[in-house]
Design a protein around this ligand. Structure first.
Ligand code: ADP
Length: 491
């Protein structure tokens, strides 16, 4: 087996921060590989070069990729993500898979030919490897866009001397997005129809990118232990529960970390005033600046923040359901998000009806996101389900106390303060109910208003908690070793 410090890993993701981001996947892909590199792993990242990413980086190679009956040109470019501000930081090479036809567009997802675009990513990432002279022990695939890599290795490349020993790990960041397309999609991969069966890649009559990962990867994992259990049930399994139950022995859960360098209230250039656990009172200046920025009265009321994709997953209807009750409380509510039009309109309206209590920015704005984490006192995540959730982790890092529903990673990372005032780091409600959410918010406000010293201690404790990658990255190395072992016994 390969020793811990000379593992070679290719990490493939459709989004990688800071290059392209729509959610937590990008944060993970931008920070976990760096931590693994610090631990001695030769890890390289591959992602598409979307139009929003500059193209003047180092040219590496180009070649043709067979996609069904045609050939498409792939150009590979490279950049190192080294952080020059800190001595000793190790750069991770990022290989950008460029195709004029597939990726030279303003957005990231939601095109009519997404199946073909990401089929291209999967094939190109594999075909690139001998050309860059990099033979990984592991390919680490992430979410539906990369699932077919596991299928291709087992069905197309299994006897190929370069590829046959490469093990795979497939991380589910969100089971809801599965990449299910018509059965014809299989043709794009030049794989025979004999695998279009329920045991393999067929999923209710469709070809499923997600299932191609779930069935063929040597090891599966998701981004919290809790979610790894939930997705094996009908309630959370998105119809994949049967597939996941079958593979439960190979299914692990590792809670995400965040980059403690990027998300650091002491140095973050995007926030109004830097602070730490010692001078945490300066955090208040960030609240006032945020209020000014969003046109709210500048006062010391508790500010509840929310930064999120506006999708059904995030439990936003619980907030809308209790909006009137919330507005009777002495609070301000600040929301940054983009997504379903229905929610965008509802929160824009909330701002119109309660201009002095609600601050809303509809859009994607990573700088404002940081100013909200730094400026708010509490951070709300009433999710219907949450594989890991980074919002609550980032908010703790900035001393904003999370109010969350106990699901997935939220259940695993947030301990209710009223249940456990030693380890408590937030306020938790169990059922997906707006009454329970309101009760948790009121409990948080009571502590904030009536016991300011206890609240301050909670904030100080949040500011020194360790949700960095150092522990989870070690667990990933264990999973890599496990995947290699599994692959070698499979032959
Ligand atoms: P998910 O991956 O389901 O979107 P996570 O909580 O895991 O949710 O991660 C969300 C990440 O995306 C966080 O870094 C959060 O700050 C960021 N984010 C979400 N919405 C926005 C937005 N509208 N503008 C800027 N950042 C956002």
């Amino acid at each position: 087996m390969t020793g811990e410090n000379n593992l070679k890993v290719l990490f493939v993701s459709a989004e990688v921060a800071p290059f392209a981001k729509t959610g937590g996947l990008a944060d993970v892909a931008g920070s976990l590989p760096k931590e693994l590199a610090l631990m001695g792993i030769d890890i390289r990242v591959a992602m598409p070069r979307y139009k929003l990413i500059k193209s003047d980086m180092e040219y590496v190679t180009d070649f043709a990729v067979q996609i069904g009956g045609k050939k498409e040109t792939c150009i590979v470019r490279k950049e190192k993500t080294d952080d020059k501000s800190k001595n000793g930081a190790i750069g991770v090479p990022v290989y950008f898979i460029d195709s004029y036809n597939y990726f030279d567009r303003s957005g990231i997802y939601c095109y009519f030919d997404d199946a073909e675009r990401f089929a291209f990513l999967c094939k190109a990432a594999l075909e690139m490897l001998p050309r860059i002279n990099f033979q990984p022990d592991i390919i680490h695939c992430n979410d539906w866009h990369t699932g077919p890599i596991c299928m291709l290795l087992n069905e197309v490349y299994k006897d190929h001397p370069f590829y046959k020993n490469i093990a795979t790990i497939y991380t589910i960041h969100n089971l809801e997005y599965q990449g299910n397309f018509s059965g014809d999609t299989l043709k794009l991969f030049n794989v025979g129809y004999e695998i279009f069966t329920p045991e393999k890649v067929e999923f209710y009559g469709m070809f499923s990118f997600m299932k191609a990962g779930l069935v063929y990867a040597d090891i599966l994992n998701t981004v919290s232990k809790e979610y790894s259990k939930e997705i094996q049930t009908e309630r959370y399994g998105e119809k994949m529960e049967g597939v996941l139950q079958k593979r439960s022995e190979d299914l692990y859960g590792i809670v995400n970390g965040i980059s403690y360098k990027e998300f650091n209230p002491e140095t973050d250039p995007r926030i109004y005033r830097n602070y730490n656990a010692q001078n945490y009172k300066l955090k208040k200046d960030n609240k006032y600046a945020l209020q000014r920025e969003l046109g709210l009265p500048v006062t010391d009321v508790p500010v509840i923040g929310l930064v999120s994709r506006l999708s059904e997953q995030k439990g936003l209807e619980l907030i809308l359901d209790k909006l009137e009750d919330l507005m009777k409380l002495d609070i301000q509510f600040v929301l940054l998000g983009t997504g379903d039009e229905h929610y965008e309109t509802a929160f824009r309206n909330a701002k119109l009806v309660y201009p002095k209590k609600v601050g809303v920015y509809i859009g994607f704005n990573t700088d404002l996101a940081q100013r909200i984490y730094a400026g708010c006192d509490m951070f709300l995540m009433p999710s219907r389900f949450e594989p890991c959730g980074l919002g609550q982790i980032i908010s703790l890092r900035y001393g904003a106390i999370p109010i969350v529903r106990a699901t997935g990673g939220l259940a695993e990372t947030i301990v209710d303060f009223d249940d456990d005032n030693v380890n408590g780091n937030g306020f938790v409600f169990k059922e997906f109910s707006s009454d329970e959410m309101l009760d948790a918010i009121k409990r948080a406000l009571k502590l904030y208003n009536e016991s300011p010293d206890v609240w301050s201690n909670l904030v100080k404790r949040a500011l020194v908690l360790d949700f960095s990658w150092s522990r989870p990255a070690k667990k990933y190395i264990e999973l890599y070793e496990r995947a290699i072992k599994k692959k070698s016994t499979k032959g």
